[in-house]
Design a protein around this ligand. Sequence first.
Ligand code: UN1
Length: 507
Amino acid sequence: PLVREPLLEELARLETRHWDAGPTFPGAESGEVAPITSPQDLTHEVGTRRDATAEEIDAAIARAQAIQPGWNALGGEKRALLLEAAADAFEAHTPEFLSLCQREAGKTLVDGVLEVREAVDFLRYYAGEARRLFAAPIPLPGPTGEENRLSLAGRGVFATISPWNFPLAIFIGPAAAALAAGNTVIAKPAEQTPLIAALAARLCHEAGIPEEVFQLLPGGSEVGQLITSDPRIAGVAFTGSTQTAQAINRSLAAREGPIATLVAETGGQNAMIVDSSALPEQVTRDVVNSAFQSAGQRCSALRVLYLQDDIADEMLRMIKGGFEALEIGDPAELDTDVGPVIDEDARSQLERHIARRKKEGRPVWRRKLPKGTGKGCFVAPTIIEIASIKDLRRENFGPVLHVARFPAHELERVIRDINSVGFGLTLGLHSRIAETRRTVERLARIGNLYVNRNQIGAVVESQPFGGEGLSGTGPKAGGPHYVLRFATERVVCIDTTAAGGNASLLA
Ligand code: UN1
């Protein structure tokens, strides 16, 4: 019931609520306590986080391991019902989630609404996957007198390490997949956004998922390291930077014990190619949306726009028009398009990047920050002209769009340059020439190609999402192969002839 006035009243009421996040089973209570402040106003404390201690992590993994066979034995249908009950609880608590999206993560109301929707979609989708894949064994062919079947089971204890940019959807998505498959879950949310994760975990427990099955362990990278170096962890589902994914991969490889599964969803250097057959108004809308919605803090966001040179000046003029119209400011204001970036580190890194490009003599356009943004981590939306995607060394996670030009006959060179950076997440294409689309489809090494539309906001089930290379391991979140990464396969082969039957009687 997202009716405007009651919702706004509810959000105003929640404005002063103080939240807490700590480990699901508090032990020694000796972990460090840190305040969580709003990215748009660093003087506003939203709540506090208490980090899990080494003893709590150890005990949590032991509990998760002890209960995992029982959770697995419950079967796909019962696990699906519990995940669906959690989805209902999430929907019923939409205002609290929206309030936390705004205050803890600096998200606009539109982004918050999309975030809650995606979280609910993930829970329902993976519930469906639990039914489809884990409710009954799959019969396999074989000669007469032999019965073969394959069944799927959880791998054990899965750790999920989730990002601050989708503090609810990507906190719950991988966890729901792991739970659907029959794993128990140790969840470490991003250190910037544990409060929304704590609410999500509590609602899952109230919906009937046992606390031992889904445990929250807040903390920073030390907590993450203690979890991933523990040999009792069967797998890790991580979303965040490529560097952290590589560090987790090393930590898993260095452990004794079983070989762990890593499901990683990491960064991108996402491009969009626009040729002279594109519709300019559509391009303008899609570029501004893909680059600046969520303040550019999506791994899917557009970073490098390639404009065919004969339309580039006119296109750029229109894009700057859309860019000038963006409302920047407090995410609590309904008409805000671009809120803050997540923290001071993110802000200063982006400012350094922009300053370096200016020093190199690149053309740079920046919006002015409005009054009232001084207390928070705001970065003025920026457009920078560059020569090639190869001029960029790293992902710039914020409201910064780079623009390069290309002559029509160099389309294949542009695609090769995009491939050469090693990421492979999203690619946008605006063209009404079928041959161009075929060329891009054939040559581009990317996970998600978006043609004549924006390139963010993948919808669960309709657009399974994820990349390759430096962008992650796959398979795609919200797609039909994802849950399989969280499962182990068992094949049972039975001799059903008289001899086989007699043999088993004798045994
Ligand atoms: C991320 O930003 O970590 O398509 C990935 C989208 C989102 C991206 C999520 N699903 O915009």
